[in-house]
Design a protein around this ligand. Structure first.
Ligand code: PLP
Length: 391
């Protein structure tokens, strides 16, 4: 069965061109980039080229790019560093809808005596900017807010938020793991101090990430040991991963317009045609500005997991809005923070497209999903009531 992969916010296919770029750096050009000899030097030059490519996608300088192992490491390193830079400050601000890479770390800080404020969102997942303004104070070491939400695709006004944080002397970090490669980013025209990205969300392999560090931003390393990454992140570089990420960033720049036109059009067709034929559904965050590739749709009176399993039998890969990793079928913290009614949140499905998504794949989902929802509603007591009421 050929898969129809609509789970690109979970991870992406490595682009063939990216794979070809990294391939020689395993068995042939395996030198350590820090070595003095020519063999290491040729890897170092390719790592430098990759750093330039990543910087170009972000509108940054190459020296502002620090390679890490993943988005989670970048998020952890940014927040931890801010607390070490400002030992006297005991307040951290984030939002209620962050990825666990930020949220778990922040919640753990409360056990160490920090004050942690989680800014709320409205029914469409938009950040409460008034609450943010009222919450930042002189004691705030760092404000960490995601650029775009992984579940709903809702985009936060991070530049405005950064200005609010900076005015009070706090550092500003953004988890841009879902934003990079999908929307234009220009750090040269930004006030953001630190930004996280992850290779496997933009067609590079897993195990490579970046923490962007604005020049002059004080930073305390998370990983200590050797002198790699200008003493900011010890450990022999994942040179093949770095080289792959460089290529992926170059391609992301080239495909940015396509992402915002073709991918957006496919996403819009998918959600609009599904909304037209399946009653009692809502788009989570539908009224907010969103990533072009993401749509999260809540179906009343059905379980998201049941939809996923039936879709999976047809080869369609999507994701649900439940925190199923925790072993419960609780609606996700994101949907709960948005106040999505319980009956809807349970039946939420996220489709996340990529530049590899085709028209035919979208046609298949538009054809197959409506009978699946009808069948599941028929099986659930609430769903039967609802169908009966509909006549
Ligand atoms: N932040 C966001 C918004 C994400 O979506 C993810 C991954 O799903 C991460 C952080 C973690 O990235 P990584 O898997 O590279 O650790």
């Amino acid at each position: 069965m050929k898969e129809i992969y609509l789970d690109n916010n979970a991870t992406t296919k490595v682009d063939e061109a990216v794979f070809e770029e990294m391939r020689p750096y395993f068995c042939e050009l395996y030198g350590n980039p820090s070595s003095m000899h020519f063999f290491g030097g040729q890897v170092q030059r390719k790592v430098d080229e990759a750093r330039n490519r990543v910087a170009a996608l972000l509108g940054a300088s190459p020296d502002e790019i620090m390679f890490t192992a993943c988005g989670t490491e970048s998020d952890n390193a940014a927040i931890r560093s801010a607390l070490e830079v400002f030992p006297e400050k005991r307040h951290v601000i984030t939002s209620r809808v962050e990825h666990p890479a930020v949220l778990t770390q922040c919640r753990n800080l409360t056990q160490k005596g920090y004050r942690v404020s989680e800014i709320g969102v409205d029914g469409d997942g938009r950040l409460d900017m008034e609450e943010l303004k009222a919450t930042v104070d002189d004691d705030t070491a760092i404000v960490s807010l995601m650029w775009a939400n992984n579940e709903t695709g809702v985009i936060f006004p991070v530049e405005e938020a950064a200005a609010i944080a900076k005015a009070k002397g706090a550092l500003f970090h953004t988890d841009a793991v879902q934003a990079v490669g999908k929307i234009a980013i220009d750090m040269a025209a930004s006030q953001i101090d630190m930004l996280s990205l992850s290779g496997h969300k933009l067609h590079a392999p897993k195990g490579i990430g970046v923490l962007y560090l604005r020049r002059g931003t004080p930073f305390r390393p998370f990983m200590v040991g050797g002198h790699q990454e200008k003493n900011r992140r010890a450990g022999t570089e994942n040179s093949s991963g770095i080289i792959a990420l460089g290529k992926a960033c170059e391609l992301a720049g080239q495909y940015m317009a396509l992402e915002n036109n073709q991918v957006r059009a496919l996403r819009d067709r998918l959600q609009n045609e599904l909304m037209a034929v399946i009653p009692n559904a809502r788009i989570n965050g539908g009224a907010a500005e969103r990533l072009p590739n993401t749509t999260s749709i809540a179906y009343e009176f059905v379980e998201g997991e049941a939809i996923l399993l039936l879709l999976s039998e047809l080869g369609v890969c999507a994701s649900s809005g439940s925190a199923c990793t925790s072993g419960s079928l609780e609606p996700s913290h994101v949907l709960r923070a948005m106040g999505v009614p319980f009956t809807c949140a349970h039946g939420s499905i996220r489709f996340s497209l990529s530049r590899f998504t085709t028209d035919e794949e979208i046609d298949t989902v538009i054809r197959e999903l409506p009978p699946i929802i009808a069948r599941l509603r028929q099986m659930s007591p609430f769903g039967r009531e609802f169908l009966k009421a509909q006549g």
